[in-house]
Ligand binder design. Structure first.
Ligand code: URA
Length: 218
C-alpha cells in the first residue's frame, strides 16, 4: 500500500474525550456528549477542502477582506445508519446549508452484495466540481460499508477527490480497504486502532457504537 490518504486529528481535548468514550462504564448520555465534542474537530479538519470566495465586509471600524463558503457549492452530508447519526447534529450546526442524505445498507451473507435498505441520496444536479460529500460513520472497521457508500456517490457523479470519510476510530485494515480502491478519498479519524477481532469489532475500540449511543446494550 502506497501512502495512506489519512488524517488523524489529535489534541488533548480529543484524547480526554476518547478515554471517556472507550470506557465501558460510560453511559449513553456521556458517551454521546463526548463523541460530539470530538466531532467538531473532525469537521473542522474535513472543511479544509471546501471552496471559499472572497468578500468585503464592513466592520464597525473599517472594511475587511474576508472569505466565506462559496454559495455555488453543494455539500452532501451522508450519515451511515445508525451510528453515523451521532455526527449529524454537529454537521448541521457547522454546515446549515448541507443536504443530509441518510444511507443504510448491509451485506447479504449469501451474495456478499450490499443491500440498501435506506437511501436518501439524490441525483447530483450542480456542477460536479462544486459537489462535496462527507460520509459519516464513527467506526471504520472492515471498510466494506464505507466502500459501498463511496462507490455509490461516485456512480452518481461525485468526484472521488471531493469525498471525505469521517470516522471516530478506524482500523488499518479498513483504511487500507478504502484507500486501495479510492486513493483520492481522504479519511479523517481521531484514532487508528490496532486490529479487528474475529467478530469484526475494532480492538481496543469502544464496542458497538450504535448500541452505546442508543442505549441498546443487553
Ligand atoms: N462497528 C462498531 O460499532 N464497532 C466496531 O468495533 C466495529 C464496527
Amino acid at each position: 500500500m502506497e501512502k495512506l490518504n489519512l488524517k488523524i486529528v489529535s489534541n488533548p481535548i480529543i484524547s480526554n474525550n476518547l478515554a471517556i468514550i472507550r470506557d465501558k462504564n460510560t453511559d449513553s448520555e456521556k458517551f454521546s456528549s463526548a463523541l460530539k465534542r470530538i466531532a467538531y474537530a473532525l469537521f473542522y479538519e474535513a472543511s479544509n477542502n471546501l471552496p471559499l470566495v472572497d468578500v468585503n465586509i464592513e466592520t464597525p471600524v473599517a472594511n475587511a477582506n474576508c472569505s466565506v463558503f462559496d454559495k455555488d457549492m453543494q455539500l452532501i452530508v451522508a450519515p451511515i445508519l445508525r451510528a453515523g447519526l451521532i455526527f449529524q447534529e454537529i454537521a448541521q450546526k457547522l454546515f446549515p446549508f448541507a443536504n443530509i442524505h441518510h444511507i443504510g445498507m448491509y451485506r447479504d451473507e449469501k451474495t456478499l452484495e450490499p443491500v440498501w435498505y435506506y437511501d436518501k441520496r439524490k441525483e447530483i444536479k450542480k456542477d460536479k466540481n462544486k459537489v462535496y460529500v462527507m460520509i459519516l460513520d464513527p467506526m471504520l472497521a472492515t471498510g466494506n460499508s464505507s466502500v459501498y457508500s463511496i462507490e455509490n456517490f461516485i456512480n452518481k457523479g461525485v468526484l472521488e477527490q471531493n469525498i471525505t470519510f469521517i470516522s471516530l476510530i478506524a482500523s488499518l485494515q479498513g483504511i487500507e480497504n478504502v484507500n486501495s480502491k479510492f486513493p483520492n478519498v481522504k479519511i479523517i479519524t481521531a484514532s487508528l486502532d490496532e486490529k479487528l477481532n474475529y467478530k469484526g469489532y475494532i480492538v481496543p475500540g469502544l464496542g458497538d457504537a450504535g448500541d452505546r449511543i442508543f442505549n441498546t446494550l443487553d
